[in-house]
Ligand binder design. Structure first.
Ligand code: GYE
Length: 304
């Protein structure tokens, strides 16, 4: 019914496009929203046969999934790369097999010639926006900061760290510690427990590379008898529903958005590439940021 834009040559069962999608895993609320967006866009209604794999955040498992898509002879492969490095060989194999690859979400260090296109977010700018908020609110106060990093070696974690460091450079903000919580609630909680044990109420501000780690940290902070949002101020990235609720409730203080709704753009790119059209090598989807009042206003109409 819907989804038929009237374009010619599309719609016969012989035209079904088989796509293998190698997702990172299911580490966060952002990831759930991204998976849903991808499954919706690559639906049978839109002319796709989607083979979905989630790699549980294990690089080798994700590479194995891509190899299996190549062996199955899919028409195209979409990857949300867990880490930046390690992609050269398998991308070359896909290219040799004549299977175009579209990247979504994170980037890779491999040569641009090895994939058709990438659609994602400006992670460095996200980190910078978070850093600017910290600078504005804490510079000149000798504040102590702790950081919860995303998955080690992921472009999201690397670029957010770069942007944040850039924005806070030259301030008197003291980084007490920075460790990975792997983008999960559990990881965020465990690392935050360690920080609280080590630094106690010396901690003034927490920067978490995503909402989920910040949400995990809330448990640890409350269990330590401290009030999140007051005793320890919190800035995170993503703006998924639970994060926005925490911000609206005053437990988080600021969120930089990271838009997970990349499915439609990824599906358009796959169709264009398979049709032999020239596509942009990079598509960056814009993000915004939220204060508490903005979160309260935005929450009722957020789609995820
Ligand atoms: O911020 C985090 C997820 O790569 C942008 O991965 C993505 C990040 C997102 O696990 O929640």
């Amino acid at each position: 019914s819907t989804g038929d834009d009237g374009a010619s040559g599309d719609g016969g069962s012989g035209d079904v496009i088989t796509v293998g999608f190698a997702q990172t895993g299911s580490e966060s609320g952002w990831r759930s929203a991204n998976t849903e967006s991808m499954k919706e866009a690559f639906s049978a209604d839109n002319g796709f046969d989607l083979k979905f794999n989630a790699a549980d955040n294990k690089q080798e498992a994700q590479i194995a999934a891509v190899r299996s898509f190549i062996n199955q002879g899919v028409d195209a492969i979409v990857i949300a790369p867990i880490t930046v490095d390690g992609w050269d060989d398998v991308l070359k194999e896909a290219q040799d097999a004549g299977i175009p690859v579209v990247l979504e979400d994170r980037t890779v260090s491999a040569s641009e010639d090895l994939y058709a296109s990438w659609v994602g977010l400006d992670f460095e700018q996200e980190g910078k926006t978070a850093g600017e908020w910290v600078k504005e609110n804490f510079d000149g106060k000798g504040a102590n900061l702790v950081i919860l990093e995303g998955t080690t070696g992921s472009s999201a974690a690397l670029d957010r760290a770069t942007g944040f460091a850039e924005a806070t450079e030259g301030t008197d903000i003291n980084v007490l510690d920075s460790q990975t919580g792997d983008f999960t609630r559990d990881g965020g909680k465990k690392v935050m427990e360690g920080y609280l044990q080590k630094y106690g109420d010396d901690i003034d501000v927490l920067f978490a590379h995503n909402d989920d780690m910040g949400l995990g940290a809330l448990d640890a902070i409350e269990a330590a008898g401290l009030t999140p949002g007051k005793d320890i101020q919190i800035v995170t990235i993503d703006a998924v529903h639970d994060g926005m609720q925490a911000l609206a409730d005053g437990k988080f203080n600021f969120i930089v958005e990271c838009n997970p709704l990349l499915g439609e753009k990824a599906a358009d790119l796959v169709k264009a590439v398979l049709a032999g059209e020239t596509v942009e090598k990079k598509t960056i989807v814009p993000d915004q940021s939220f204060t508490q009042e903005q979160a309260i206003e935005a929450l009722p109409t957020r789609p995820y």
